[in-house]
Write a protein that binds this ligand. Structure first.
Ligand SMILES: Nc1nc2c(ncn2[C@@H]2O[C@H](COP(=O)(O)OP(=O)(O)OP(=O)(O)O)[C@@H](O)[C@H]2O)c(=O)[nH]1
Ligand SMILES: [Mg+2]
Length: 256
């Protein structure tokens, strides 16, 4: 069987039971040392429509787990910090040890959607640790660095890993990060698009430094996940590929 099919965006639904329970607060991990349990918080029955209070002090209706994966140095931690805090971590590169997570609640079409975002270490030596977390992920953002060809070449290996460890219906998006570094670019936008098309993945170029397309990537994921379990009968079907294509900022429309 062709592997390509595995990553085609699936119109199937995520069962309500696979969303995170809304009343469950996130257990903070100690950055750099402690490894939160893959089951924390556990998946459980969802009560859609009931506004709940999370342990982290945030109100939300429904929660999902999103994982950031990709080679070390592609900008996973910076992307998360940009999304969560609107800031860029410039300066010395501090590689993530193990895994950590941050929460953010988004307003998606009038519903509070909490994303629990797991930032994994890209270094090979932590691979066995992160494997355990894949199975609970509702969505994966797979990153490469547009200034680092090796990180792009490794995408196929990451897809093999995802195929092995993640759920079949996981929402997956490919992101080419550091698009602000125009002088150092080593991977053409068309090559990213081609690879994404080959595997049926939605694709965008992002910059954690300038923030371009960062909110959009997470919002698109949140919309897709929310609609999979909460679609109103008369609501038009959300098309993730079309949405990112339509909303994404690129060299022809905007400055990086
Ligand atoms: N120019 C530019 N630099 C970036 C961007 N994102 C991250 N960086 C830089 O790239 C380096 C690595 O970023 P991280 O976010 O720590 O990389 P990571 O993927 O989390 O790496 P690991 O934790 O080892 O897996 C840092 O020096 C960042 O400042 C970006 O969008 N543009
Ligand atoms: Mg990191």
């Amino acid at each position: 069987m062709s592997r390509k099919k595995t990553f085609k965006s699936k119109a199937g639904s995520v069962s309500a039971a696979s969303a995170l329970p809304s009343a469950n607060g996130a257990r903070p991990g100690r950055p750099g040392t402690a490894l939160p349990s893959p089951e924390a918080p556990p998946n459980g029955p969802q009560q859609p429509g009931r506004l709940s209070f999370g342990g982290g002090g945030d109100f939300y209706d429904i929660a999902f787990k999103v994982m950031l994966v990709g080679d070390s140095g592609v900008g996973k931690t910076c992307l998360l910090v940009r999304f969560k805090d609107g800031a860029f971590l410039a300066g010395t590169f501090i590689s993530t040890v193990g895994i950590d997570f941050r929460n953010k609640v988004l307003d998606v079409d009038g519903m509070k959607v909490k994303l629990q975002i797991w930032d994994t270490a890209g270094q090979e030596r932590f691979r066995s640790v992160t494997h355990a977390y894949y199975r609970d992920a509702h969505a994966l953002l797979l990153l490469y660095d547009v200034t680092n060809k090796t990180s792009f070449d490794n995408i196929q290996a990451w897809l093999t890993e995802i195929q092995e460890y993640a759920q079949d219906d996981v929402v997956l998006m490919l992101l080419g990060n550091k698009v602000d570094s125009t002088q150092e670019r080593a991977v053409k936008r068309e090559d990213g698009e081609k690879l994404a098309k080959e595997y049926g993945l939605p694709y965008m170029e992002t910059s954690a430094k300038t923030g371009v397309n960062v909110d959009l990537a997470f919002t698109a994921i949140a919309k897709e996940l929310k609609q999979r379990i909460m679609k109103a009968p008369n609501e038009p079907h959300f098309l993730l590929h079309d949405y990112v294509k339509q909303e994404g900022r690129g060299p022809f429309c905007c400055q990086f």
